[in-house]
Design a protein around this ligand. Structure first.
Ligand code: HT7
Ligand code: ZN
Length: 855
């Protein structure tokens, strides 16, 4: 398959300033007539090339004249039309069968609706068009459909007119005044109910807001609507960005390849990021709704008004928008806890990616299939790059840089370089070396050694950085790494405050004066840079920081490191004492100055995968055993404390306040430790929380704890849960997911069985992710020494590739981590990758992921 390279970028040969689309909608046969106003771009004699995927032109006209078959040609799905003049009107007609579109790209049917997904290259499955983000057009869209089946007809922009037609059909006309790339095109037709509201913008315009769902789901849309209004106000307050159309619509659909899509004025969402009520959504789900609604809304400026020149610039919109949504969520709740959660996600997904065969820079150099590049590196590491620039600039100068970026590039398709230059010029900073973050893949490692000289009363901090080799990049240059540090006095437990050090060399030394006694180093506070820090701090040092560090992230980090040291030591066969861990947990859990949410984060054990990431070779069984045994010890040693906390955090009524959410988080952690302690009535306590809970956060946590064991309560709870939610797809996903995540010796067999369950289907990506996605993230179960876990996931990839290659390709990376798992497992994993690659007719999506994973 063809490789697309960043270096080969060339401006489009033809521009399309205007497009008129006419849809006659029907699930079996939809007709799409499009009229493109095309304009030659520069001096050349190249023909017009209109991308197409699985399309057959039924008519081709130029300036109103039908072309004969010899006046156009097809080239790999694209329509080639030689044109003589500087500007023409080109008209095509195609037919689509949305009902048969299982790839969920282009126009497809979901739960009785017709809807679209065009990013990255779905528009070419709807009509012939130059499907690239630097071709911006004004859209006028007419939709026609059966009124009884599709009473609501939505498209981008503002509604202009609507009317009735014979034979029970009706039509609606929408126009979007803002030129946009075709990946932002959208339409929805269906029987939908609306949660209608409004927002008055900073200049006094009233915007009509609509969240469109199935009638029965309307009561579950309140949280999303509030999140939307909060996002609109936040973008005005923090970035001075106002919404620009008269309407903003969101539609929730059940079958969706991703989280959501920021189509101009018509966002389309995976229903799991819209629907929430206490009975079915956990606090994490509620936060997900808020974060994704904000993310898609913020794209209106960072992505839509200023879009990407080409897909290598994807992080321009995604990294910046993730940064914006993280900052928004931090403002809406606890900034400290949000930062901890974001770093946990970064480490779990992006650090893993960066250290494996699929590592790539934030601005990649090449791809086979762009859908494979919607990665944690583009999104989450991309957001960290923006965060580092914001830190180096400070709030006001960062805002000046962002203002310049939006003003300078409004209505344009821009590059990452444009963004960095705007930060340099608007913010007054030089970022030459910093640009390496966009170019070099791999997570930098920083070794920090602090020494003290009593005679001169100075402390010297020596920092050494290395950036590991990654595919195609064997040698790396030093990065510009902003590190927030602080030096603590061991006697008083206080520090002189925060300092920002810029590490730019491979090795650099920093001198600090007036330290009569050796201070203690707190480094990468707030996780100021996405790096791995190595220090020689002792367990006593870490325990000290876990009690005294005034930076919440650093305090959390000290706790984590304390635990990691014990676990890694034990996996390596050392008899490491855990007394410091138990004491630090007791200390943290009883510190009245800390809030419940922070305590829950700080006292939680690192995941099995994270422990594996610290080792040169991962032994999933040894890691599982070590972690379980430490969990048991913490549970048993502090059993009365867990009972107290579990009782104290019980609420009388449900609330979504930060305090109530924090209390639930801590209550679930207390239940986990209490059950891990080995008390006889553990399963009964968990079952009673499961039964009495008035909310999904406590119910699912109790179910997950029971699912780890083999009690009678386990079966009872799973049955109750299934029977209660069997008709609610999003909640039934939790039933599959909880079992796939379970630390149970039989998980691998159970997942095999669940794959044959009548409620399991390969046609719904949420269901696939809840079973196979969750299972592949369960290190102990997935890496079952039999290799059965690998076979199950590979079977799923092979079957799914024929239906939905994009979702299939997302299951490949866990198999690609074979280098880290010892010879026996590596051999089994490689064999599955080879089996996948040997399948006839394999998609480009899976081919790219599997072949790179074997390299
Ligand atoms: N910008 C959106 C990306 C997206 C997507 C990409 C590939 C295939 C399907 C997709 N659905 C949505 C999501 C976002 O980042 O906001
Ligand atoms: Zn996005």
């Amino acid at each position: 398959p063809l490789i697309v390279r960043r270096q080969d970028y060339r401006p489009p040969d033809w521009l399309v300033p205007e497009i008129t689309l006419d849809f006659s909608l029907d699930p079996v046969c939809t007709q799409v007539r499009s009229i493109l106003t095309v304009r030659r771009n520069g001096e050349h004699d190249r023909p017009l090339k209109l991308d197409g995927d699985d399309l057959t032109p039924l008519e081709v006209k130029v300036d109103g004249q039908a072309l004969t078959a010899d006046q156009w040609s097809m080239e790999g799905g694209a329509l080639i039309v030689p044109l003589s003049g500087a500007a023409h009107q080109v008209e095509t007609l195609v037919e689509l069968a949305p009902e048969n579109n299982s790839k969920l790209m282009g126009l497809y049917a979901s739960g009785g609706l017709l809807c679209t997904q065009c990013e990255a290259e779905g528009f070419r499955r709807i009509t012939f068009f130059p499907d690239r983000p630097d071709v911006l057009s004004r859209y006028s869209v007419r939709l026609e459909a059966d009124r009884a089946r599709y009473p609501i007809l939505l498209a981008n922009g503002d509604p202009i007119e609507q009317g009735s037609l014979p034979e029970g059909r009706h039509w609606a006309l929408w126009t979007d005044p803002f030129p946009k790339p075709c990946y932002l095109f959208a339409l929805v037709a269906g029987d939908l109910a609306c949660n209608a509201d409004s927002f008055v913008t900073m200049s006094g315009r009233t915007v009509k807001l609509g969240i469109w769902v199935k009638e029965a789901d309307l009561p579950k849309t309140a949280h999303a609507m509030q999140a939307l209004k909060n996002s609109m106000a936040w973008d005005e307050r923090v970035y001075g960005r106002e919404y620009d159309l008269d309407v903003f619509n969101i539609v929730a659909v059940a079958d969706f390849n991703f989280g959501a899509m920021e189509n101009k004025g018509l966002n389309i969402f995976n229903s799991r990021y819209i629907l929430a009520d206490p009975d079915t959504a956990t606090d994490i789900d509620y936060d997900g709704v808020e974060g994704v609604v904000a993310h898609e809304y913020f794209h209106n400026w960072s992505g839509n008004r200023v879009t990407c020149r080409d897909w290598f610039q994807l992080s321009l919109k995604e990294g910046f928008t993730v940064f914006r949504d993280q900052d928004f969520s931090a403002d809406m709740g606890s900034a400290a806890v949000k930062r901890i959660e974001d770093v946990r996600v970064l480490r779990a997904a992006q650090f893993q990616e960066d250290s494996g065969p699929l590592a790539h820079p934030v601005r990649p150099e090449s791809y086979m299939e762009i859908s494979n590049f919607y990665t944690a590196t583009i999104y989450n590491k991309g957001a960290e790059l923006i965060r580092m620039m914001a830190l180096m600039l400070g709030r006001d100068r960062f805002r000046a840089g962002a203002d310049l970026y939006f003003e300078r590039h409004d209505g344009q398709a821009a590059t990452c370089e444009d963004f960095v230059r705007a930060m340099e010029e608007g913010g007054g900073i030089e970022l030459a070396q910093f640009r390496r973050w966009y170019e070099q893949a791999g997570t930098p490692r920083v070794r920090a050694l602090l020494t003290h000289d009593a005679a001169s009363q100075t402390a010297e901090l020596v920092l050494e950085q290395t950036v590991p080799p990654t595919p195609g990049q064997p040698d790396k240059q030093p990065m510009a790494i902003p590190l927030r540090i602080s030096l603590f006095d061991r006697e008083s437990g206080t520090s002189r405050g925060d300092e920002l050090l810029m590490l730019t060399e491979a090795r650099q030394s920093f001198l600090f004066s007036k330290f009569a006694a050796p201070p203690l180093l707190s480094i990468n506070r707030g996780f100021s840079a996405p790096v791995v820090i190595e220090t020689d701090r002792t367990q006593a040092d870490l325990a000290f920081l876990s009690a005294h560090d005034d930076d919440p992230f650093a305090r959390y980090e000290a706790m984590q490191q304390l635990m990691v040291n014990v676990l890694v030591g034990r996996v390596g066969g050392q008899a490491v004492d855990d007394a410091a861990v138990v004491a630090a947990i007791r200390n943290t859990a009883t510190d009245p100055s800390l809030d419940d949410a922070f305590i829950a984060e700080a006292i939680r054990l690192p995941s099995e995968a994270y422990i594996g990431d610290q080792l040169t070779e991962v032994d999933p069984d040894a890691i599982h055993a070590a972690r379980e045994s430490l969990q048991h010890r913490i549970g048993a040693e502090l059993e009365p404390l867990w009972r107290d906390i579990h009782a104290r955090t019980q609420a009388n009524s449900f609330s979504l306040s930060a305090a109530a959410k924090g209390a639930r988080k801590l209550r679930n952690t207390a239940l986990l430790y209490l059950c891990a302690s080995g008390i006889e009535e553990g399963a009964i306590v968990a079952f009673s929380q499961f039964s009495a809970a008035d909310n999904m956060t406590e119910r699912q946590a109790a179910l997950a704890i029971l699912a780890n064991g083999s009690s009678a309560e386990r079966e009872a709870a799973l049955d109750i849960f299934y029977n209660r939610y069997r008709d609610d797809a999003l909640t039934l996903d939790k039933w599959f997911q909880t079992q796939a995540f379970a630390f149970h010796p039989d998980t691998v067999d159970l997942v095999e069985e669940l794959g044959r369950h009548p409620d399991f289907t390969l046609s719904n990506p949420n269901r696939i992710r809840s079973l196979y996605g969750a299972f592949a993230g369960n290190q102990w179960a997935f890496h079952h020494r039999s290799g059965k876990g690998y076979r199950l996931v590979a079977d799923c990839i092979i079957a799914l590739d024929k239906i939905n290659p994009q979702t299939a390709a997302r299951l490949v990376p866990p198999l690609g981590r074979w280098r880290r798992f010892g010879e026996a497992r590596a051999g089994l994993m490689r064999a599955e990758l080879q089996r996948i690659l040997a399948q006839p007719g394999l998609s480009r999506d899976v081919t790219e992921q599997a072949s790179k994973s074997l390299d």
